[in-house]
Structure formats: C-alpha cells, structure tokens
Write a protein that binds this ligand. Structure first.
Ligand code: TXA
Ligand code: MG
Length: 337
C-alpha cells in the first residue's frame, strides 16, 4: 500500500476523514504524540490498527471525540467527577476511563468493559473527528514497543506501506502521551499513566489523586495491571537504556568507568558544559524533557548508540511522565549512586 503524506489544509483533512469513514487508517497529529486513527466503531478498521502496530490484542485503544458531551453516546455511566474533570481539562491531554456501552466493540477496548475517552485540543485532530463524524480510536502511531512519534516523519518511518496516509501537523506540542485516569470514587481519581495533566493539576478538582503503583514499579509476576499498557516493555529504542539516579559528579565518574564504543549519555542542558563524554541533551526542565524525549530516543538509534546512560529526571509535576517513560524504556534498570 502507498502511504500518502497529507498536509493540514482543509482539502487534505477532508481526504483524511474520508479514509477513516471508509475503514482505513491515518496517522494524525495531536497535541501529545501522533496517533494511528481509525473509526472506533468499525471492528475491521480497528483490527488493522492492531496489525499495523503489532500491538497485543488485550491492550485497549483510546477513543477520541470532538467534545466531551459526546461521551454519553459511547459509555453507560459518567460519574459527576468525570464531568468536573472534563470541564477543566478537555479539550486537552487527559484520558478518562469510563464504563463503555455496545457502540464500542470489544476489539477496541481490548476485551475490557471500559473505554478511555479523550477530547484532543489539536486543531487538525479535532477537525478530522468533526469531518469524519466518527469516534476515532487512536493509539500512538509507533510500532508497538518503540518510542512514540512526535513528527510526521517518525510516523512515516514506522508505518510507511502499512497505513493509508499521514497528516503532517508539525511537531507535537507536549511530546508525551495523555494522562490516563480512572475514577476511583466520588472525589478520587487514580492516575494509570502520567502525562502533562499532572497530579497537582488534577488535585484542583479531586480531593484525592492516587498514583498507581505500576507507574514507578515493575509489575510482579501474576499481578493484574489496572491498565494493560503497564504490562509491556515500552518506548524503547534499539539501544540499551540505563537510568542513573545520582548527582552530576557521580554520573560523570560512573559513565567514565563504563565508557566504550557505542556508549552515549542523555543529559540535562545544564550538564553539557562540563560533561566530557559523548552525549545528547534533552532539555532544561520537565516540560522540555517531555517534548524532546521520544525524539532523542529515536536520534540515539540513528546515531548508532548501543548503550545509553540517562540522567534521571524529577518525579514531580510533568517530570513523573518523563520518568515513567524512561523507566519503561530502561526495562526498569535503574542505577542509584
Ligand atoms: O496522548 C495519547 O493518549 C495518544 C494520542 C494519540 O491520543 N494515544 C495513546 O494511545 O497514547 P496508546 O494506545 O498508545 O496508549 C493508551 C494507553 C495504554 O497504556 C492502554 O493500556 C491505556 O491507555 N488504556 C486505554 N484504554 C484503557 C482502559 N479502558 N482501561 C485502562 N487503560 C486503558
Ligand atoms: Mg502507545
């Protein structure tokens, strides 16, 4: 199949929406990362998404809507807290897990009786949802296990020949995927995947916000994941990623002792003046780290990195999202000095 590269003008967005209405798959920009969009209510289209990504069938897809008011069409119940959260954070990088109804096929929800609902703020994604008139299922547009794409070129790399089109909407604003939450009780939310809507932001609406244990810790054998995505190795380039929690001085001496062919370090901007070994920088603060992380992981592969020592980010605010992606990319290999 030829994968067409579309631009973000109206005529091309109409083409993208037509592809989706006809049961085809399109790479679409969102404010978080690029998604592989398909009609969420079309089982055959959704099957093609799983196939293109090589994604395990039990890992559910998020359903994207033009407005949160449409959530009632695809769910059986919406708690008051979900409405309050949507009022504050939708459209934007938040996904709320709700009990689904029959209009969402089991293949879309990975066999679960819930569905993650998200209302993206990116104009291109929003317009394609409107033009298609469909709920759009969209996982990140990477090959399963590989870092999520934050540009149309990344999507083309992973998906060329496997999907109908990619819409180029420039580089993704946030760079990490949406915050996924479940409603735990009347005033409590549970974060299943951290993102740019942080715990602190959610606390403006919820009296309690729980960070699920699996966000920072490896699931033990036999332990059930609150979100199936937690089970899988993720975001991982070909290079071996090792996260190092230490101050700069100890980091430098550790890398010095383990330096060799194909060894790179991923460091903070502020480290670069004194850091003496081969490296790439990934930003000055958590938001910039989020924006650059996946791009850097892909660039490290392109540079031929075999082993990458990473300066561990903070675990507060948006830093938690960055840390969560890195610890999974590292297969939970963390060195604490
Ligand atoms: O920002 C995003 O959310 C991007 C863009 C394209 O919208 N999408 C995305 O989708 O990251 P994906 O499929 O790569 O990740 C969805 C995550 C997975 O870890 C999945 O297990 C979890 O959300 N998830 C989806 N539906 C769920 C549900 N019903 N219950 C629990 N977890 C769910
Ligand atoms: Mg993904």
């Amino acid at each position: 199949m030829d994968t067409v590269l579309l631009s973000d003008n109206e005529a091309d967005l109409i083409k993208a929406a037509e592809f989706i209405k006809n049961g085809n798959i399109v790479g679409i920009p969102t404010e978080t990362v690029y998604g592989l969009g398909a009609d969420a209510s079309n089982e055959e289209a959704v099957r093609k998404v799983f196939e293109a990504k090589g994604r395990p069938a039990d890992n559910p897809l998020i359903v994207h809507l033009a407005d949160f008011s449409q959530a009632s069409e695809y769910t059986s119940f919406i708690p008051e807290l979900a409405f309050k959260l949507a009022d504050k954070f939708c459209p934007g990088p938040l996904t709320i897990v709700l009990p689904k109804n029959d209009r969402i096929p089991m293949i879309t929800s990975g066999g679960l009786d819930t569905v993650g609902i998200r209302v993206p703020s990116h104009k291109v994604m929003h317009r394609i949802i409107e033009l298609s008139g469909r709920p759009i299922a969209a996982p990140s547009a990477n090959t399963s296990g590989y870092p999520s794409p934050t540009s149309a070129a990344h999507v083309m790399r992973d998906m060329n020949g496997k999907i109908s089109a990619v819409v180029d909407g420039g580089s993704s604003e946030f760079g990490v995927e949406s915050t996924v939450i479940a409603i735990e009780s009347e005033n409590t939310a549970r974060i299943l995947r951290p993102g740019c809507i942080t715990k602190e932001m959610l606390e403006q609406v919820c009296s309690e916000v729980i960070i699920d244990h699996a966000i920072l810790h490896e699931l033990e054998a036999g332990q059930k994941a609150a979100s199936p995505g937690m089970k899988y190795k993720h975001y991982s380039p070909k290079a071996d990623i090792i996260m190092v929690e230490s101050d700069l001085e100890k980091f430098i001496s550790y890398v010095g002792e383990h330096n060799g062919e194909g060894v790179y370090s991923l460091i903070f901007n502020s480290d670069s003046e004194v850091f003496p070994y081969r490296n790439m920088t990934y930003g000055k603060d958590s938001s910039e780290q989020a924006h650059l992380l996946f791009q850097r992981l892909r660039e490290l592969d392109d540079a031929g990195a075999k082993k990458v020592y990473v300066r561990a980010p903070e675990t507060s605010g948006v830093g938690l999202a960055v840390y969560n992606r890195l610890i999974r990319a590292a297969g939970f290999e963390v060195i604490r000095i």
